[in-house]
Structure formats: C-alpha cells, structure tokens
Design a binder for this molecule. Sequence first.
Ligand SMILES: Cc1cc2nc3c(=O)[nH]c(=O)nc-3n(C[C@H](O)[C@H](O)[C@H](O)COP(=O)(O)OP(=O)(O)OC[C@H]3O[C@@H](n4cnc5c(N)ncnc54)[C@H](O)[C@@H]3O)c2cc1C
Ligand SMILES: *[C@@H]1O[C@H](CO)[C@@H](O)[C@H](O)[C@H]1NC(C)=O
Length: 116
Amino acid sequence: MEVKQIAIIGAGVSGLGAIKSCLEEGLEPTCFEKSNGIGGLWRYKETPENGRPGIYKSLTCNTSKEMTAFSDYPIPDHYPNYMHHSKMMEYLRMYARHFGLMKHIQFQVRKKKLLP
Ligand SMILES: Cc1cc2nc3c(=O)[nH]c(=O)nc-3n(C[C@H](O)[C@H](O)[C@H](O)COP(=O)(O)OP(=O)(O)OC[C@H]3O[C@@H](n4cnc5c(N)ncnc54)[C@H](O)[C@@H]3O)c2cc1C
Ligand SMILES: *[C@@H]1O[C@H](CO)[C@@H](O)[C@H](O)[C@H]1NC(C)=O
C-alpha cells in the first residue's frame, strides 16, 4: 500500500505533536516551519520580530507540569512545577530528539496555501 504523505504547517507544540502522531500511524509527515527553529511561541527572542507573537524574558508557564506535558512524555521530576519558558523550550527539544522529529522538519519554508 502507498504510504500517505502528510504536510504539517509549523513546528510549535501542535506541529511537533502532529509529526509524532503521524509517525506512530505509519504516515510520512513533512513539517514546514517558516522560522529556523522549533518551539513556536516558546522559542524566545531578545528582540521582538514583526508579526510573530513573543514572550517576555521572565515569563513562567501558567500551567502546571502535569497539565503542560505531552501525555506520553512527562516533564522531568527536577523541573519546577511552573516552569520558566527556557525550561519549556528544553522540554520541547528533548521531545523532538526523543521521538526523532527533527529530520521531518524543513526550516525557513513559509506555507502560503494548504492546497495547490
Ligand atoms: C504569552 C503566552 C503565554 C502562554 N502560556 C502558556 C502556558 O503557560 N501553558 C500553556 O499550555 N500554554 C500557554 N500558552 C498557549 C500557547 O499558545 C501554547 O502553549 C502553544 O505554544 C501553542 O502552540 P502552537 O504550535 O499551536 O502555536 P505556536 O507556538 O504559535 O507555533 C506555530 C508555529 O508555526 C509556524 N508558522 C506559522 N505560520 C506558518 C506558515 N505559514 N508556514 C510555516 N510555518 C508557519 C510559526 O513560525 C511557529 O513556529 C501561552 C500563550 C501566550 C501567547
Ligand atoms: C495562560 O496565559 C495565556 C496567555 O495569556 C492565556 O491564554 C491562558 O488562558 C492562561 N491559562 C491559564 C490556565 O491561566
């Protein structure tokens, strides 16, 4: 049977979870990310970028670890319950590494249309 190819737009929390789920189902996902890194909102930048939502330097999650974590990949015990955004970003990097997601992401590709 032909393997279905799936396009995923954006490598934020939603996109990373989508890539992982596609792989689990035996699909062939390609994630297109317009920036040069994963994490979306959680990829903190010192200077705000036009058209991109940003977070401030001291931002801490307002959701507990239990509520924030992907259900199949717990946040490490030694992380604080309400994490600083840098810890959230570390967690997302670990998640991507653990499930081998990076090779399915093409960076600096901005998708304009979902359909041809
Ligand atoms: C200030 C603030 C604080 C928050 N705090 C929390 C919290 O503590 N806990 C919590 O659970 N949630 C929190 N949230 C909610 C947050 O939005 C989610 O946690 C999560 O980051 C959403 O992920 P996402 O992948 O849907 O979107 P995003 O993180 O926005 O990722 C979208 C990605 O898609 C890419 N992209 C967009 N358009 C295109 C395109 N056309 N082509 C290619 N790539 C594209 C972007 O570059 C980005 O990487 C907060 C939100 C804000 C604004
Ligand atoms: C956390 O903050 C975000 C951004 O301000 C907001 O959208 C969300 O509702 C907040 N969540 C909780 C549980 O307070």
